[in-house]
Design a protein around this ligand. Structure first.
Ligand code: CO8
Length: 372
């Protein structure tokens, strides 16, 4: 069996930013237009007025201040309220694969590796652009990697579940190295007309290079353990799928986009995540106090504060549980990887850190790392 390490990570950041101020102004223009169209019915009590959104609420409830998106003009157009993405012909690389290739190239360069050093690509994301052929195979071929690839979706835990799959391929020797690529283009799946969730998500792509420790560059992070947990919940859902057409569903139907019971998710997932993390650490012979940094899923600031408090018995410092959701919003499975990507350079050899994601499914995935 081989010892396994994360050699590097990479990131692709989309070209456009939407601040909370811009987002709320566009949403409120949309709400006012709708309300004025339906003014008579609203006055008669037969139609519900759309309430206005507010920057103060968003920042207080979530900690999110802005988000990157692939295309913002369509999202901010009150007549449209969704991104404008161009359909590409089959002989052009698809958008998810294009940003996957960019993040993967960044990860390869940071580890000083070439495509011929890699044996597989897992495309792990909460939403796939199409059913087949796999995005992973398109990314693999565009990079010039010989070997294999497949897509996997475990919502916000796709990246950590992908890391476990990669560790399980590298450890027994079936692959020397795997790229876990997480292109999270969340904006086409977000209900930008729904005040309760229009602020939550952003687009990004991350990549993680998992390989044999013996081939990893100095300063790589050895994977000491991975652990996965799922339990079914309908509190975060998206019912869009291949049966929608046969069911005569309108793509604009509310359940064909992301929807959730945010309060219930908050209450149920925080204790589950804290318990999962402390058990995983205990089984590896660590206490939470032995961990220098927790790179947590980035859905909600108060959620991460509560989980850290449950783990440590006190508030975590920003150094112990870094926050990136103020800049990126919730980027589904990429959030904890961005936190790791941005906040690991200061680790000394021997120091231990933990990545943990949690989200729809419910799903929780943790990875314990030690700097070499
Ligand atoms: N502006 C002003 N007021 C608002 C707004 C707004 N934008 N939104 C809601 N309000 C109002 C509500 O109507 C409510 O009013 P009232 O008290 O009169 O009913 C009041 O503010 C409070 O509302 P909430 O109780 O809903 O507010 P919370 O404090 O619970 O905050 C959050 C809402 C931020 C959603 C919070 O509950 C949360 O973050 N929960 C955790 C959610 C979470 O982690 N979800 C994970 C989902 S991600 C995932 O797993 C991957 C999915 C795949 C990606 C898909 C891509 C699109």
């Amino acid at each position: 069996m081989h010892r396994v390490a994360i050699s590097s990570t990479g990131i692709y950041i989309p070209p456009e930013v939407i601040t909370n101020e811009e987002l709320v102004a566009a949403f409120n223009r949309f709400a006012e237009q709708e309300n004025s169209t339906h003014a008579a019915a609203i006055a008669a009590g037969t139609h519900q007025a759309i309430p206005l959104s507010s920057v103060e609420f968003i920042e207080k409830a979530s900690g999110i201040k802005r988000r990157y998106v692939m295309e913002k003009s369509g999202i901010l157009d009150p007549q449209r309220m969704r991104p404008r993405l161009k359909a590409r012909p089959d002989n052009e690389i698809s958008l998810m694969a294009e940003i996957g290739v960019a993040a993967a190239r960044d990860a390869l360069a940071r580890a000083g590796k070439q495509p011929q050093d890699i044996d597989g690509v897992f495309c792990a994301a909460a939403n796939m652009q199409r059913a087949y052929p796999a995005m992973a195979v398109e990314i693999q071929t565009a990079l010039g990697i010989k070997g294999f690839g497949f897509d996997m979706n475990v919502a916000c835990s796709s990246a950590t579940f992908g890391i476990e799959m990669a560790v399980n391929a590298v450890k027994p020797g079936s692959a020397r190295a795997i790229l876990v690529v997480d292109p999270e283009i969340t904006s086409p799946h977000l209900a930008w007309k729904d005040r309760d969730c229009h602020f939550i998500f952003g687009d990004v792509c991350t990549a993680v290079l998992v390989e044999r420790l013996e081939n990893a560059p100095a300063g790589a992070f050895e994977v000491l353990g991975t652990r996965l947990l799922t339990t079914f919940s309908s509190n975060i859902r998206n019912n869009a799928g291949f049966m929608s057409r046969a069911e005569d569903r309108d793509p604009e139907d509310r359940d064909q986009l992301f929807y959730q019971e945010g309060r219930k998710v908050f209450k149920e997932v925080c204790p589950m995540a804290a318990e999962h993390m402390s058990k995983h650490l205990a089984d590896l012979g660590f206490t939470p106090q032995d961990v220098r940094r927790f790179w947590l899923h980035q859905a909600n600031l108060a959620m991460n504060q509560l989980i850290s408090r449950k783990l440590l018995g006190r508030d975590a410092t920003p150094e112990e549980a870094p926050v990136i959701l103020n800049e990126f919003a919730n980027t589904a499975s990429a959030g904890s990887i961005i936190a790791f990507h941005r906040h690991h350079d200061d680790f000394k050899a021997g120091e231990v850190g933990m990545i943990c994601s949690f989200g729809a499914g419910y799903s929780i995935g943790s990875v314990v790392l030690r700097r070499t």
